[in-house]
Design a protein around this ligand. Structure first.
Ligand SMILES: C[S@@+](CC[C@H](N)C(=O)[O-])C[C@H]1O[C@@H](n2cnc3c(N)ncnc32)[C@H](O)[C@@H]1O
Length: 203
């Protein structure tokens, strides 16, 4: 199966979006609020419908950007009242929604916030993901996100993993501060997720 942009666009058009929880991941938002100031420049890659970004804009984190290569993912987000209220300038609001391939994206962010994007890409690309995340972060930048701590019985996406596998791939570019059971999971994913917090290693 080719997991290209056409594949993901079709999934939005056909409403086959089983990963979509329909609201922000409140546990993850709480982690951001407790650790990062409101001026943090945040990138959410493979953001899908971007509920977390909306929650962050609403909480004053105006430097939050979403990236997804399926423009359909942003249909509702682009018309979001929260977005319009946060930015009086329409072009500035639009600039927060980046329709692009994460792997070719340029820019410099303080924080990459991950949720169900890493598990959606072909596992062969995991090392590329880690390199690209490091490339997009400022020298003292951080990566925080949720990773599945399980293997799925059916062919992905999603593609699962475990702590050891994640350590092996992330440690090439990141110093791992925390990679532990996520206590803020939504009920269906409780006990199956890890929360990671990592610092970009200086090269
Ligand atoms: C499983 S969905 C998760 C969406 C969102 N993070 C959520 O939790 O609802 C994976 C998303 O990653 C996007 N995606 C996959 N590969 C991508 C790439 N190379 N660049 C940008 N977006 C990508 C897809 O279009 C899709 O919206």
């Amino acid at each position: 199966m080719k997991l290209d942009s056409a594949y993901w666009r079709d999934r939005y058009v056909e409403e086959r979006t089983g990963w979509d929880i329909g609201h922000p991941n409140h546990g993850l938002i709480a982690e951001v609020k407790s650790r990062f100031p409101v001026n943090t420049k945040i990138l959410i890659p493979g953001a899908g419908r971007g509920y977390e970004a909306e929650a962050l804009w609403g909480a004053g984190y105006l430097n939050t950007y979403v990236c997804d290569w399926a423009p359909e993912a942003f249909d509702a987000l682009s018309k979001s009242e929260v977005l319009a209220k946060a930015f009086s300038d329409a072009d500035e609001a639009k600039s927060r929604l980046i329709v692009a391939d994460f792997f070719t994206l340029e820019g410099q962010y303080d924080l990459i916030l991950e949720q169900t994007f890493f598990c959606a890409i072909d596992p062969k690309l995991r090392e590329n993901y880690v390199n690209q995340a490091a490339h997009l972060l400022k020298p003292v930048g951080k990566w925080m996100g949720i990773l599945f701590d399980c293997h799925f019985p059916t062919a992905g996406p999603p593609f699962g993993g475990d702590r050891e596998a994640y350590r092996t791939v992330f440690e090439k570019r990141f110093q791992i501060e925390k990679l532990e059971r996520f206590r803020g999971s939504i009920q269906p994913r409780m006990g199956k997720e890890l929360l990671g917090l990592m610092y970009c290693k200086s090269m």
